[in-house]
Design a protein around this ligand. Structure first.
Ligand code: FRU
Length: 487
């Protein structure tokens, strides 16, 4: 993998043409996704600014144009009529102001009336590299471009560390106020969320206080990308605690968790009802963000970065040096006091043809498995002789699905661990699996638990094997993302 100097990582993009050749080379990768949002060049990480606005779904992602490296971050903008088919819309936000001179970092969006408002972190650094994070805003203009406000909305709290970022904006009808949930770190290195409030989106913001989450006063060193939503009367707080290892998660120090509970905006307290849980049990799932303005009130639509901050992936070693993918959008609901995550309704429209399941996986497909009961075994991406692959072993008694990816030809991030468990609350009955060229997403038991990982099968790894007696249906999926050069 290339060693990047700071100057190379923070190079400013002056002219889209500088990327044309790189994009061309990127599209030749055998691992370009067919139905997932992926970087036009370089690296994609967090989903940002996700909202439904006047019939169009808008999403941006953190984007570093030059290669698979975390450097100068832009927002890259994509749009969709249905959350399934996505088009590239070009740069959303560029780090072109003094207050965001070293990156337009993560944030959210909200549609109000005929306006789509964006909130993001301006990552300012002085020449001596001292960091000051600003909370900034932009508005979608009539031409479909994000227009920044001339000045940030507010600067950092002096009594917290330099880690204050990723504004998630919500509207609270009862209080008639907007709230920003900002990921932060206390001066003594504890992860937390800071709350700001305002009656209007673009002015009048005041610091309301630190969110109290009883029992979570010492839980990781920074809470990145907070997201909160009320689903059928239950508040769901999702965040990505980092700088800590958590039980059952190998050597990883980056996690994406959720709490179900109650958010009290008077006392700024989120009272958890039950323990934290991992949003996804796979190797690569982080910085998840739900869309704003989803009609209804009983479901959220969530997209995550298939990746982790300290990891790198095999495509970083390709000539075009790129990596990253968004997850498929998924639906979240709270049923019987539990979070249930299911594939997006309508995703079935991607099914091009149902195939006879003969033990071979097309490069972009959906597998539906019914478990016969008892212990269960599934191996994806096996070699022609049935060996290798991503292995899943479900122990019926313990109700645990153990994953091991060490049998794949392309191994990566071995230092973080190659084996992880996905616990279940009920015996394994069903799996819905979505495979694209460099990702695998698994939904178990109708959404009780999920598993997402980057997978890079080689030419000889297109088989699968499954326990006798399992019901198998297999569909080839059509392409739904347009991989064109728009910058
Ligand atoms: C999470 C994160 C955010 C930050 C962004 C920068 O992956 O570290 O906290 O805003 O990435 O790209």
């Amino acid at each position: 993998m290339k060693e990047w100097t700071r100057d190379e990582r923070y190079k400013v993009l002056n002219d889209p043409e500088e990327l044309r050749d790189l994009h061309e080379r990127t599209t030749h990768s055998p691992y370009r996704q067919r139905c997932h949002i992926q970087p036009v060049t370089g690296l994609s990480s967090d989903p940002n600014g996700f909202a439904l606005h006047r019939g169009t779904w808008h999403l941006c992602y953190q984007w570093c144009p030059w290669g698979a490296v975390h450097g100068l971050k832009y927002w890259y903008h994509v749009t969709s009529p249905d959350l399934i088919h996505w088009r590239n819309a070009g740069i959303g936000l560029a780090p072109d102001r003094d207050y965001d001179n070293r990156g337009t970092h993560s944030g959210s969006a909200i549609s109000v009336g005929d306006k789509l408002y964006y909130f993001y972190t301006g990552n300012h650094r002085d020449p001596d590299w001292t960091r000051t994070p600003y909370t900034c805003a932009a508005v979608l203009n009539a031409g479909g471009k994000l227009e920044k406000l001339p000045e940030p909305l507010f600067g950092p709290r002096p009594d917290y560390s330099e880690h204050q970022r990723d504004p998630k904006v919500v509207w609270n009808g009862e209080k008639q106020k907007f709230y920003i949930f900002l990921g932060a770190q206390t001066a003594d290195g504890r992860g937390c969320v800071l709350i700001y409030e305002s009656p209007e989106p673009l002015q009048g913001w005041r610091f309301a206080g630190e969110l109290k989450v009883p029992g979570y006063e010492r839980f990781g060193g920074m809470w990145e990308c907070p997201y909160i939503v009320n689903l059928s009367g239950t508040d769901v707080l999702i965040f990505s605690p980092q700088y800590t290892k958590l039980p059952g998660r190998g050597e990883s120090t980056n996690h994406n968790v959720y709490l179900l509970g109650h958010m009290d905006y008077d006392s700024l307290t989120f009272t958890p009802e039950g323990p934290y849980r991992f949003l996804d049990y796979g190797f690569d799932f982080y910085a998840a963000q739900g869309a704003a303005n989803v009609p209804g009130g009983d479901r959220a639509i969530l997209i995550a970065w298939i990746g982790l901050p300290d990891n790198h992936y095999p495509t970083a070693d390709e000539d075009a040096d790129w990596e990253g993918s968004m997850s498929l959008p998924r639906q979240l609901r709270v049923r019987d006091g539990k979070l249930v995550q299911t594939p997006l309704e309508g995703i079935e429209t991607l099914r091009e043809a149902e195939l006879t399941p003969e033990g071979t996986l097309p490069e972009c497909c959906e597998l539906e498995l019914t478990a016969p009961g008892g212990d269960f075994e599934l191996n994806l991406f096996t070699r022609p002789d049935g060996s290798g692959g991503l292995r899943m072993r479900c122990d019926a008694e313990k109700k645990v699905c153990a994953f091991d990816k060490s049998g794949l030809d392309l191994r990566f991030n071995q230092n973080v661990g190659e084996a992880l468990d996905m616990p279940l609350e009920t015996p394994l009955k069903s799996l819905r699996i979505f495979i694209d060229r460099c990702s695998t997403e698994i939904f178990a038991n109708g959404g009780e638990a999920t598993f997402t990982a980057h997978t890079y099968p080689t030419e000889r790894e297109h088989g699968y094997t499954v326990s006798n007696g399992a019901g198998v249906r297999l569909w080839r999926l059509g392409a739904s993302v347009v991989d064109d050069f728009v910058v």
